[in-house]
Design a protein around this ligand. Structure first.
Ligand code: HEM
Length: 463
């Protein structure tokens, strides 16, 4: 899989060097067009709402919830309902959840600060980001961090891996070959795990709705804390008079789990990696954090206003998203006429928007592989076309969770840095040491490790 990614990257550079505007490749029987000018990319992302048919490999594994669906009316309805959980005023109320969960994680990583050993942050933070998504968007607390339980996460991860295999090794789309390869049996097992999990979740949500009803009948409207006040999108759908089938709701639950935890686990890990490799940047982040929160750093749940004041951290996160976009390639099906600079794109072909390559294109980012948060000053941002930076995609199908993600990443980084200094490791101390794999999402490989030192200790060392 690594090879596919490097081949695409090499091809992208070659096309750019010879001034190609739109490249074409065949992925098995499917024609894939690759727009190489960022304005073409934003045009396509604005006009073409259907996800590419390559994503259908995920259907049988995780169902075509609204993240991957080609059914535009269904997507529109779902987007409306789900967006209500991401309204600015509601996202603000999730900071409490982020803070709760990061505090659990901070305790769990204490042992690494004591031993000084290298460790991977991703397998730990994923339990926290998963719990955050479940609590905020579904009102369910699976206590994944306390239980150290990640069976659903392992299943989703493997589902994405299997889907990706079928996407690139198109001969696996043949059912007979798929069965003989042994992957089919594995898929059946994964599907069962995910089915059980989503249906148990739905039962819990129903129970919550009923309990709320009973409470209201007994005591009238009650004072509730912010978290309980928010009606999750699943509650909205279950209480709607146009009754939703459990199977349909399960698809949407899977979509939100994948969209919300897979992306943020990699990005939060990448932020800490960048800070470990760039100690000068970490110093500046800490300085800003102490000026916003006071000399002891984050000691209670940060407010939205405080997080907004973390302007330098904002730039650090944006630069991390540039170098390591969680969704490195966006795929759209060309389902309506699209005239790109005089070329009519073939109907039913796939447009592949190469986010990873755009973000490392020297036309927009000189010395593109260098980590430099100053690329995100307001003046520098204005110098670039809008399509040169699309970590959250662009257009009507962009990320509904982008505000959520930024607040969550700021809460996590500032809470971790309050307690610990993040240090590089022998195996990962330069940008070149960071090894990646591209699946549907970007993966940081096992060698991407960090070390921790308690803040009190490193402050003493500095004196
Ligand atoms: C740094 C973290 C994140 C990144 C980089 C990211 C990126 C993206 C991108 C690129 C897309 C569009 C995919 C495409 O066009 O094919 C997307 C869609 C989506 N994201 Fe995010 N995302 C992040 C976090 C989140 C979170 C935390 C949530 C929810 C809790 C979320 C929910 C969604 C949903 C529901 C969609 C589908 C939108 C639609 O099809 O209308 N994302 N995300």
């Amino acid at each position: 899989m690594e090879n596919v990614f490097f081949t695409i990257t090499t091809l992208y550079k070659a096309w750019r060097a010879i001034g190609t505007k739109i490249a074409r490749i065949w992925l098995g029987p499917d024609l894939v067009v690759i727009p190489l000018e960022v304005d073409y990319c934003t045009q396509i992302l604005t006009n073409q709402l259907q996800k590419s048919k390559q994503y259908q490999v995920f259907d049988s594994l995780i169902s075509d919830g609204f993240l991957f669906t080609q059914n535009i009316p269904e997507w529109r309805n779902m987007r409306k309902v789900i967006s209500s959980n991401f309204h600015f005023s509601i996202v603000k109320s999730y900071i409490n959840i982020f803070y709760d969960e990061i505090n659990i994680l901070i305790k769990k990583v204490e042992k690494f600060a004591d031993s000084g050993e290298s460790f991977q942050f991703e397998p730990l933070v994923v339990l926290a980001t998963f719990n955050m998504v479940m609590r905020s968007t579904l009102g369910i607390d699976p206590k994944a961090q306390e239980r150290n339980e990640n069976i659903v996460l392992e299943a989703t991860d493997r589902a994405m891996e299997l889907g990706q295999l079928r996407m690139y090794w198109f001969f696996l789309k043949n059912e007979m070959i798929y069965k003989l390869s042994g992957f089919k049996a594995e898929q059946t097992k994964i599907t069962e795990i995910l089915h059980d999990y989503t249906h148990t979740t739905i039962r819990e949500i129903r129970q919550r709705i009923n309990e709320k009803k009973i409470q209201r009948q007994l005591h009238g409207e009650m004072e509730e804390d912010d978290e309980k006040k928010v009606r999750s999108f699943a509650e909205i759908m279950l209480e709607d008079e146009n009754h939703i089938e459990d199977e349909d709701l399960a698809k949407q639950i899977m979509s939100i789990i994948i969209a919300g935890q897979d992306t943020t686990k990699s990005e939060n890990t990448a932020v800490l990696l960048m800070l470990s490799i760039h100690q000068d940047v970490q110093d500046k982040v800490v300085e800003e954090m102490l000026s916003v929160f006071g000399p002891d750093g984050v000691t209670s749940c940060p407010t939205y206003e405080q997080l907004q004041e973390l302007k330098y951290l904002d730039k650090v996160i944006k630069e991390t998203l540039r170098l390591f976009p969680a969704v490195p390639i966006l795929g759209r099906n060309i389902d309506k006429d699209e005239n790109v600079a005089g070329h009519i794109l073939a109907p039913d072909s796939t447009a592949a928007i190469m986010v990873f390559n755009i973000h490392r294109d020297p036309t927009y980012y000189p010395n593109p592989d260098v980590f430099d948060p100053e690329r995100f000053t307001p003046e520098e941002i204005l110098k670039r076309p809008v399509g040169a930076y699309i970590p959250f995609s662009y257009g009507p199908r962009d990320c509904v969770g982008k505000k959520y993600a930024m607040l969550q990443m700021k809460t996590i980084a500032s809470s971790v840095l309050t307690k610990y200094r993040v240090l590089p490791t022998p195996e990962c101390n330069k940008m070149k040491d960071i090894r990646l794999e591209v699946r549907s999402t970007l993966k940081l490989l096992e060698t991407c490790t960090i070390r921790l030192q308690r803040r009190v200790e490193w402050e003493q060392d500095r004196v």
